[in-house]
Design a protein around this ligand. Sequence first.
Ligand code: DQA
Length: 176
Amino acid sequence: MTIKRTSRAAAKPVPGLPLRVLVLHGPNLNLLGSREPGHYGLATLDDINRALVSRGEAAGAAVETFQNNHEGALIDRIHQAAREQVDFIVFNPAGYTHTSVALRDALAAAAIPFVEVHLSNIYARESFRHHSYFSDLAVGVVSGLGAHGYELALEYALRNLQNRTPHGSQKTEKAH
Ligand code: DQA
């Protein structure tokens, strides 16, 4: 298990409007449930998404989910999120974690704070998985906690972005 948090500041959601969270899943995650369960568990993508959407509803936040197997489609979805003023992204870039400068650039351009999530502990696997193009841009990284990692990332957004003051600032947990 690895949980890493950097000091990147969170966005300033608009007080009074529901928090908007986008959960993005990269390639092959549509196969969750049957894909290498020893690494990725038995929960399907639908199970994961349903749990996140209903947690969001319970907290008064709008949680949207999107999975795609193509880099360009993920990039387009990030651009759309910036236009829609999404407050926070929970992102499992899957195989693109280790290859995609273009997706990294899209997140940098969108300037939406995000948590990077991996079901498996990428640092306990092949060495090519140890490098991520996203971790230094992320608010934090959750790796190795299975589907629970997505829930922790969403909880982070709900706790830190919904506790904002009427002036648009918010009480964030101190990075350490
Ligand atoms: C993954 C880890 C990546 O190395 C891999 O390519 C994936 C899934 C994970 O969730 O553990 O597709 O991001």
